[in-house]
Design a protein around this ligand. Structure first.
Ligand SMILES: *[C@@H]1O[C@H](CO)[C@@H](O)[C@H](O)[C@H]1NC(C)=O
Ligand SMILES: *[C@@H]1O[C@H](CO)[C@@H](O)[C@H](O)[C@H]1NC(C)=O
Ligand SMILES: *[C@@H]1O[C@H](CO)[C@@H](O)[C@H](O)[C@H]1NC(C)=O
Ligand SMILES: *[C@@H]1O[C@H](CO)[C@@H](O)[C@H](O)[C@H]1NC(C)=O
Ligand SMILES: *[C@@H]1O[C@H](CO)[C@@H](O)[C@H](O)[C@H]1NC(C)=O
Ligand SMILES: *[C@@H]1O[C@H](CO)[C@@H](O)[C@H](O)[C@H]1NC(C)=O
Length: 425
């Protein structure tokens, strides 16, 4: 492991203080005001290239997400798309609400949680509370519940997150691979992978940090450490300090597993950073931060692949083959990198995120002359400059390649863009 000099520069105050809730009073407003399709008034000038206002750009992007993709009846976005995507989109909007103290989305957030915590039509045996047919799907929504606690101070959200932790832990086995959680439940327990396990130790350490005085608090930390120690020993973190997708079990001895050398998706380099920050906050052990910084540096210095010419790039982009899941990943990396960066008074991370946001804003955003078809609306705007000439503005929709060009958006592409923009607030 290399030593990065800025590691010496962390801000002790920031490092030990957790965000505590109660920032925003609960809203009594019960209905989400659906914005007028195709028209938003908060779009920043199309000519702005420096000093981007990330609060304003995040807001415009969230408005566009809702306009183009929110299904009020289902209380989530793009119902044909995977359910976990709405959990991550929700987390980014909760983050926006925490960082800006905006109350605008609170009633929508309440509606989404009330609807999605019901038993899932495709997995009623989970019993609801986000207990899904895979451990990673549960993990995303459980992390959203931790953030809801941070936003509101309401411990009901921690109770839900505790049920989710218990549910996920059921799928940990000590025998196969000497530990680890299985990902898929519905299709049979066959694959121990990076994402489910990263989400798990992030959740367990996150619960520990928020459950002061809880009798199980030590247990959560023990399980988080056990899970991380196991993770480190699996070989999923490869020789370049990048994390492969998952593990292959040795057919003759299932206790022995090895990295499948699968794709180093950006979200697997991201969630781990948030998890290590939680472990650091729980223990004040700086080894966790050194490891997190080493992984983050491995990504941002990977100029031929993950950070192609300095822009975060998924390997599927070159072939135009990013599926809906893949399209969500980069914003998850960005928000977790920002969380790590917040512990330091300097270092290269903020600059990296800004460089990405500027590129995305300038090269990957729907312009006023773009025609795009989304699942729920067709938005056609004409003209140049800041709008279409009659005081209305195009939606701030984004595509998957942050180096451009814009062709079409989707729930996942848009939510990922929001993850990046919110990370800079
Ligand atoms: C950025 O935008 C927000 C929301 O529109 C606004 O409240 C804030 O004043 C802006 N900041 C600057 C520096 O212009
Ligand atoms: C919105 O959700 C409802 C309820 O799940 C569903 O019946 C409807 O088809 C969805 N609408 C779209 C446009 O997908
Ligand atoms: C806390 O959150 C739960 C779940 O959303 C809700 O039912 C309850 O009314 C909230 N409590 C307070 C004091 O707002
Ligand atoms: C992964 O790569 C390592 C090192 O190159 C190799 O030893 C191992 O056999 C590979 N694993 C698989 C499943 O191909
Ligand atoms: C800090 O964490 C590392 C990695 O888990 C561990 O090896 C080390 O013993 C810990 N240090 C202390 C003082 O607990
Ligand atoms: C939400 O914000 C926190 C920091 O407050 C960060 O750890 C997390 O990664 C963010 N977003 C998501 C999708 O988890």
């Amino acid at each position: 492991m290399k030593f990065f000099t800025f590691l010496a520069s962390w801000s002790a105050g920031a490092a030990v203080s957790l965000v505590h809730g109660s920032a925003i009073p609960p809203t009594s407003q019960k209905h989400f005001n659906h914005p007028t399709v195709g028209i938003i008034t908060s779009r920043q000038s199309d000519t702005a290239t420096t000093n981007l206002n990330y609060t304003s750009l995040s807001h415009s992007a969230i408005e566009a997400l809702n306009t183009a993709f929110y299904n009020t009846t289902a209380a989530r976005w793009s119902t044909p798309d995977a359910w976990w995507l709405s959990g991550v989109a929700l987390t980014h909007i909760i983050n926006y609400s925490i960082k800006t103290s905006s109350t605008q989305y609170l009633s929508q957030i309440d509606d989404i949680i009330a609807a999605q915590r019901q038993p899932l039509p495709w997995w009623p045996q989970g019993g609801g509370e986000f207990r899904a047919d895979s451990t990673d799907d549960t993990g995303w929504w459980a992390l959203a519940m931790l953030r809801m606690y941070d936003l509101t101070g309401n411990s009901s959200y921690l109770e839900i997150a505790k049920m989710d932790e218990a549910y996920m832990w059921q799928y940990w086995t000590d025998t196969e691979c000497n530990g680890g959680l299985y990902q898929e439940i519905k299709g049979g327990l066959v694959y121990k992978n990076a994402i489910s396990n990263e989400l798990y130790f992030t959740l367990a350490a996150g619960l520990h940090n928020r459950l002061g005085g809880d009798t199980n608090v030590g247990t959560y930390l023990e399980k988080a450490k056990k899970s991380w120690d196991w993770f480190m020993g699996t070989g999923m973190i490869n020789e370049y300090w990048l994390i492969n997708d998952g593990l292959t079990e040795n057919e003759n001895d299932r206790s022995k597993c090895f990295s499948n050398n699968g794709t180093t998706w950006s979200y697997n380099q991201g969630v781990v950073l948030g998890g290590l920050v939680e472990l650091y906050k729980a223990t004040a052990n700086k080894t966790y931060l050194t490891t997190a910084v080493t992984i983050a540096m491995a990504v941002i210095t990977d100029k031929d692949h993950l950070s192609l010419d300095g822009i975060l790039t998924e390997s599927c982009e070159a072939k135009g083959e990013c599926n809906n899941d893949n399209q969500m990943f980069k914003g998850i990396f960005a928000s977790n990198l920002a969380e790590l960066a917040s512990l330091f008074t300097n270092g290269p991370f903020r600059g990296y995120l800004e460089q990405n946001a500027k590129s995305m804003y300038q090269r990957d955003r729907m312009t006023t002359t773009t025609t795009t078809t989304t699942t729920t609306t067709t938005t056609t705007t004409t003209g140049g400059g800041n709008g279409n000439g009659d005081g209305t503005f195009a939606l701030d929709l984004y595509d998957v390649q942050w180096a451009g060009p814009f062709i079409a958006s989707s729930l996942a592409k848009q939510a990922s863009a929001i993850g990046l923009l919110v990370s800079l607030i």
